[in-house]
Design a protein around this ligand. Structure first.
Ligand SMILES: O=C(O)CCC(=O)C(=O)O
Ligand SMILES: [Fe+2]
Length: 328
């Protein structure tokens, strides 16, 4: 049984190269959200050294994740943790660019009109009033293991979580479907489109969408192996039949059994395969004094990936559309 996430260590030379290129891009474009900076990402990445590009290759094991370690955060320079994503401003902007470069080496960064003002890098901070909601801004509750943006066919293939600060070493949890053991009957049952996955509370517009929620398969046996699409907090499980509910429960149990806890340290980047791994977070007590936990998050699509059922192409996505950082 896996107990720890694999760590990939960036050597000092590669850290210097990556941070210097990020600083140059930010100087040139003034803002990490500038469309001109997004347009520069792919050409700049092509000029990075082969060693750095190799170090930042995508996820390659059945764990479906790794922690990239070696970057370091200057805590004093970062400034206080904001109480809400909308008040981050330019804080940690160089990290936004680092994350966009790492994302571009692995695929195409995506954003959503309906989430965090269409930004390509989200800020995940505990926010007053949201302590118990099932979104990243929560704190006092377990954030239930989920596929990111599971409600949408345009969701990311890879999710990157970069730690700015994490007092108390609050753990992110991650569980790979490829490490679970399920009976053939359960696999067959969960491959049927039985229950829909509704938009989560980070998407107010999508939640107002008038169309009919379509049931989707939970598991998919693709050419490369099993993938999953799973978000029990937003799945009306109680509307499904008893036999399917029992199989879904066994899947939840198996995911809990193989789950690893990853306590991110400042500068760590957790890379998660969003088709293979569900992630969550243990509860913690927010301080709201500027020293709180703070992650930056990027979502990446990998062109040409065939890990999902073809039927997803016909989904309405609750009126939301993913925006790509550049044409891929
Ligand atoms: O806070 C965490 O460790 C993970 C939160 C999360 O689910 C996310 O940012 O997508
Ligand atoms: Fe998440």
């Amino acid at each position: 049984m896996p107990t720890a996430a694999p760590v990939r260590r960036l050597d000092a030379g590669h850290v210097t190269e990556l941070t210097a290129v990020a600083a140059e891009l930010l100087d040139l474009h003034a803002s990490a959200t500038s469309p001109a900076l997004l347009a520069d990402l792919a050409p700049v990445c092509r000029r990075l050294s082969p060693g750095l590009r190799e170090a930042l290759r995508p996820v390659e094991t059945a764990d479906g994740l790794f922690v990239l370690r070696g970057l370091s955060v200057d805590d004093a320079e970062l400034g206080p943790t904001p109480g809400h994503w909308s008040t981050v401003g330019r804080a940690g902007a160089r990290w936004d660019v680092v994350l966009l470069l790492v994302s571009t080496l692995m695929g195409t960064p995506i954003a959503w009109d309906g989430q965090q003002d269409g930004r390509f890098v989200h800020n995940i901070v505990p926010s007053p009033g949201q302590e118990t909601v099932q979104i990243g801004a929560s704190s006092s509750v377990l954030l239930t293991p989920h596929t990111e943006d599971a409600f949408h066919p345009g969701r990311a293939h890879l999710l990157l979580l970069c730690c700015m600060r994490n007092p108390g070493r609050v753990a992110t949890t991650a569980a790979s479907i490829r490490r679970t053991r399920l009976s053939d009957d359960d696999l067959a049952e969960l491959a049927l489109p039985v229950a829909p996955i509704l938009p989560d509370d980070a998407y107010a517009d999508a939640q107002r969408f008038g169309g009919r929620p379509a049931p989707v398969p939970t598991l998919h046996a693709g050419e490369e192996g099993l993938s999953l699409r799973f978000d029990p907090a937003y799945t009306p499980v109680e509307e499904a039949g008893e036999s399917w509910r029992a199989a879904y429960g066994r899947l939840e149990d198996e995911l809990a059994r193989v789950s690893v806890a990853v306590s991110l340290e400042p500068g760590d980047v957790l890379v998660v395969d969003n088709d293979m791994v569900v992630h969550g977070r243990v509860p913690f007590t927010a301080r709201y004094d500027g020293t709180d936990r703070w992650l930056k998050r990027a979502s990446v699509r990998v062109p040409g990936r065939r890990t999902r059922p073809a039927s997803e192409a016909a989904e309405h996505g609750y009126g939301q559309a993913a925006i790509e950082a550049f044409a891929s």
